[in-house]
Design a protein around this ligand. Sequence first.
Ligand SMILES: [Zn+2]
Length: 468
Amino acid sequence: MKRLPLVTLAVGTALGLAVGVAGTLAYDASPDDTDAPTTGPTDGPTTQPSAEPGQAAPRSVILLIGDGMDDSMITAARNYSVGAAGRLVLDGLPATGAMTTYGLVPGPGPDHAIDYVSDSAATASGFSTGVKTIDGRISQGPSDATVVPGEDHETVLEAFARAGKRTGNVSTADITDATPAAAATHVNDRTCQDPTTMSACPAALKSAGGRGSIAEQLLDAGVDLLLGGGQQRFDRALEDGSASLLDHATTDRGYRSVRTADELAAVDDLAGGRLLGLFAPVHLTRKYAPLEARPGGATTADGRCVEQDRGTEPTVAQMTSTALDLLDDPDGFFLQVEAASVDKAEHERDICGAIGELEDLDEAVETALDYQGEHPDTLVVVTGDHAHSTQIVMDDKGGIDTATVTTADGDPMTVAYSTAYREATDGKERGKATHTGTQIRVAAIGPGAERVTGVIDQTELHAIMLGQ
Ligand SMILES: [Zn+2]
């Protein structure tokens, strides 16, 4: 079927390495590929010899994260969207490997016990800084306890900014959520998202001489583009009550504010200032209405997921497209894009929510690949941050929470959530599904892409993205 091009690519990559050429893997944006529908099977990109053999560091980096996007969830979304023999756009990346995502347990160190199932804060900190850390930690190293700050480590975004390059941070979550936070801020606990939620981070308060909350740090970091959710958050006041975070952004930090997809599309360049796009009160609306698994099974009227009205919100692909238009620069840029609700829907055992978010990410990947095809010195990395709960299973028997959808093949596919809590416990609500600890997929194209093959750890992405 569609496997042949992938086999050919693997051979081509192996040959490239065998002759010692540090060649780059470039996307062939042929008209056929460019016009291919996102949701249809594609033949995928092809490998080309590098135009600049031996080139070390990528000029620009586009990092696309499906939060909680593991192989099981990719398979479920592929089955649903394009059928078992189809291929998503992200399946077509020429360099593909497996990535470990484990974290550390708080303690005296320097040798910490392993946390086999880590959270988005620890994992995003891992690939942002190259240093493993503990759950809840944002781009700081490990420490004795969650409330004790660790050492700050520079992120890839910060390194690009320090080199005078443009930077962008896009998420479908509240922009102060863990993954976008780890790109450009440093704090001991992920809950310290604005000046009113600092109880776990007393040392980080600006009045205590710290860097401040995640929202304040995102603005202080001078990120050129911040696009996501979080309107409610930025309506909150600074520590001294003198202004809202939004007013602070526009008055003191040089940001223009946009609130709708139309306003975003109307921005032509960064000459008018940095861009703060907050498109939803908290997280952006998912593509599909929820279909939550439950004991005995759940489904929709015809087994297909139901699209829901997203009002004036942009999709992650639209945010990515605008970001690339605005960041495109001879000096290069770093752009992180997160589809956050693969994870958030999986926590809710919502298979349609997770599939829709992954479909949306796949559209953003296509946008990034189109850019990479025209700018082969750009490294595009597509990966998750940790594994999650969705399993493809045979039937809805056995008392586990399940849901069944009809795939693009026209056949039923049942998924189960065996990590969902049976009873409310330890502050977890009944039915809340948790992360799992298996390795996940990493894929790439462009300078350094050959380094994501085989089995790597997510902390290695830091050096790969910096071309070190
Ligand atoms: Zn999660």
